[in-house]
Design a protein around this ligand. Structure first.
Ligand code: SRM
Ligand code: SF4
Length: 631
């Protein structure tokens, strides 16, 4: 196929005009932040995203005919999930003073603060920046937070290299506009670290039209990217970053003594879809090839330029780079990248299979110190009843001044821990009711849910608030069918956008209507293959009815050691549907049990108290109801 020399010019979407007239991300935010209002105009909302904030409203508080309960979500940009102790303590304090009292570890290794009012936005952003953080470019049509495996293995140079290059690539693609510092810090430029000179030179180097020389934004130009753009850097064999879901993934290639040679490059992953629009789909990244280490920045710029210049700016639903790869094919994509790159991309280096790793629990970090991975259910850092995670982290980080890495699975790793401090840290965790990873149900440990309601404006169904109950019901069902110790990767989202990467889970629930979900099956436990849609619309109440036949067939027909996702993929969804259609539910053989609904906050207190007292929730609920009825 021959390459077109010029991108096709067609009608562009409204957001392109907003970017064009923003004066490099300044307006209308700079004007509207001065106004005494509760919210921004629609145009300002689009530009605000580039500064790391989304305008939201608390959807639980919506009342017909009244103004929405406007509030803002702020997202940090911290490559490889790095959060220095000073920044964590400031985020914790800001969430108490200006947010909803919680922090949320995200699926791209950042933190989100919810519930900030417009009048406090400037204070909150300025405070983050003055304490070694940033929100610039955490959202918007540009390069998002660059991911890297969170494990701080000091004796494995490839891990250190992945961190280093995640930082450099993030710096290379950081917006250069002065807008951020002008608006939020009144022009004061806060520099937390010196930029690598190679990165600075690479940003200025105009290889074959990759930059706009003399522009305030040399790489992005006036219109930035057609859509969000996502990069991860990882090491051979480590898929903790879900590398197949990224626009670009780089894998560090070293020799046996850990000297860096170059990078394998993958491109064209992405998960966002829209229901009933077949032209939108989840896609796994394709292998593109290998480049030497000295060429990596030019290669990244060449890929960015390809998407920047040829990505679809007319239809935002078709604007991610995955559609360019799909429409062109890998060969043509590679040719276009090579044109900007100025030389051929080499064949991929052989790699071991990728595995999913969560690094929870205590580990040696390879230099005499320890690191500790803590599971955070759906990333929500909070205090609730006897479960005091927020308090525990504040106390540990204040006392021991530990850096943190947010993991791509909404957990955190604390590191640089002196072995002498292990017992004291354990004691704080125990006092605050934090369970060790070995006692967490692995269904919970390996699961993720997106925030959805009440903050996400795009949510169709509950997610973060619904998944804990779903997992308890799945565990009960597994016990019923005789698979009491089974576990697999479960992910849930409140809409098809894919924020908790559901299409790479063995079992996923994707919000389809209030209280109803699509069911996806068949990705593998290491997230290297996409799941497929099994059921279009499952009412939440039908969870057991839907899953029981699948678990029964899995028990009957699985091969030795086969995981649930691999089993579903092997037998195929048609066979699963066929079996389910004729399946007669098993009698549990136990006394009948009844289900009743209770409010979320009551449920949370019930759960915390049951945990505290070490008795099942059903027993506690029965006792409490009996006591009330017998009054
Ligand atoms: Fe996401 C939009 C939350 C990772 C695909 N995402 C949103 C918004 C901002 C809703 C909106 O546009 O109004 C959500 C805010 C909810 C809230 O109340 O906080 C939101 N996305 C999240 C987070 C917080 C989910 C989480 O559980 O942690 C993640 C923040 C990551 C970060 O720190 O940067 C998050 N979003 C993802 C991922 C996973 C990833 O990046 O690894 C995806 C799928 C991968 C991909 O991009 O293909 C993802 N989010 C989307 C999409 C669909 C994009 C598309 O290509 O169609 C949207 C909607 C959009 O952009 O139009 C979206
Ligand atoms: Fe919101 Fe949908 Fe993303 Fe969930 S998947 S956070 S509902 S956009």
């Amino acid at each position: 196929m021959s390459l077109s020399t010029q991108p096709v010019v067609k009608k562009v979407s409204k957001v392109e005009g907003i970017k064009e007239h923003s004066n490099a991300l300044r307006e209308p935010v700079a004007t509207e932040i001065q106004q005494d209002t509760t919210h921004f105009s629609e145009d300002a909302v689009q530009i605000l995203k580039f500064h790391g904030s989304y305008q939201q409203d608390n959807r639980d508080n919506r009342v017909k005919g009244q103004e929405k309960d406007y509030q803002f979500m702020l997202r940090t940009r911290n490559p490889g999930g790095f959060i220095p102790p000073q920044l964590y303590l400031v985020l914790d304090q800001l969430s108490e003073q200006y947010g909803n009292g919680t922090l949320r570890a995200t699926t791209r290794q950042g933190f989100q603060l919810h519930g900030v009012l417009k009048q406090n936005l400037k204070t909150v952003i300025a405070t983050i920046v003055r304490n070694m953080g940033s929100t610039l470019g955490a959202c918007g049509d540009l390069n998002r937070n660059v991911m890297a495996p969170p494990a701080p293995f000091k004796h494995r140079p490839e891990y250190t290299l992945a961190w280093e290059y995640a930082n450099h690539v993030a710096d290379l693609l950081t917006p250069q506009t002065g807008a951020y510092y002008e608006i939020w810090l009144d022009g004061e430029k806060v520099i937390s670290a010196e930029e690598n000179p190679e990165v600075v030179a690479a940003r200025r180097r105009n290889g074959n039209g990759t930059i706009f020389p003399d522009h305030e934004e040399p790489i992005y130009g006036t219109h930035y990217m057609p859509r969000k753009f996502k990069i991860a850097v990882t090491v051979p064999g480590d898929n903790s970053v879900d590398l197949f879901s990224q626009d670009v993934s780089l894998v560090v290639i070293t020799d046996a003594d850990g000297t860096l040679h170059g990078f394998n490059v993958y491109a064209g992953g992405g998960l966002g879809r829209t229901h009933n629009k077949e032209e939108t789909f989840a896609r796994v990244a394709d292998p593109i090839g290998y480049v030497n280490k000295e060429d990596i920045y030019d290669l990244v710029k060449a890929i960015v330029a390809t998407q920047r210049d040829y990505g679809d700016r007319g239809d935002r639903r078709h604007a991610r780079m995955k559609y360019l790869l799909h429409d062109w094919g890998v060969e043509r994509f590679r040719q276009q990248v090579e044109q900007y790159f100025g030389k051929p991309i080499q064949p991929l280096k052989p790699l071991p299979a990728f595995e999913y790793k969560d690094f929870l629990g205590w580990h040696e970090q390879g230099d005499g110190k320890l690191f500790l991975g803590l599971s955070i259910e759906n990333g929500r850092v909070k205090d609730e009843g006897t479960f005091q995670l927020k308090t525990a982290l504040r106390e540990i980080i204040t006392t021991f001044s530990l850096p943190m890495r947010v993991t791509p699975h909404q957990n955190i790793l604390l590191y640089e821990i002196d072995p002498e401090h292990k017992a004291a840290i354990q004691a704080i965790l125990q006092r605050c009711g934090i369970q060790p990873e070995t006692t967490i149900d692995p269904l919970v440990r390996y699961s993720m849910a997106c925030p959805a309601l009440p903050t996400c404006g795009l949510a169709i169904a509950e997610s973060e608030r619904a998944l804990p109950r779903f997992l308890e019901r799945i565990r009960a069902l597994l016990v019923k069918v005789g698979l009491p110790d089974e576990h697999f990767v479960v992910r849930m989202t409140g809409c098809p956008n894919g924020c908790a990467r559901p299409y790479l889970a063995e079992l996923a629930f994707v919000g389809q209507a209030p209280d109803a979900y699509q069911v996806w099956l068949g990705a593998d436990p290491n997230q290297t293959r996409l799941a497929k849609p099994y059921a279009e619309k499952m009412a939440a109440a039908d969870l057991e009815k839907t899953l029981e036949p699948l678990f029964v067939l899995f028990k009957q027909k699985r091969q030795a050691g086969e995981s649930f996702g691999n089993f579903c993929d092997r037998v195929g969804l048609e066979a699963l549907r066929h079996f389910a259609a004729t399946y007669q539910p098993q009698k549990s053989g136990r006394k009948p049990r009844y289900r009743i609904g209770i409010r979320d906050e009551v449920y949370s207190r019930l759960k915390a108290t049951a945990l505290d007292q070490g008795i099942p929730m059903s027993e506690l609920a029965t006792k409490a109801i009996e006591a009330y009825l017998n009054r």
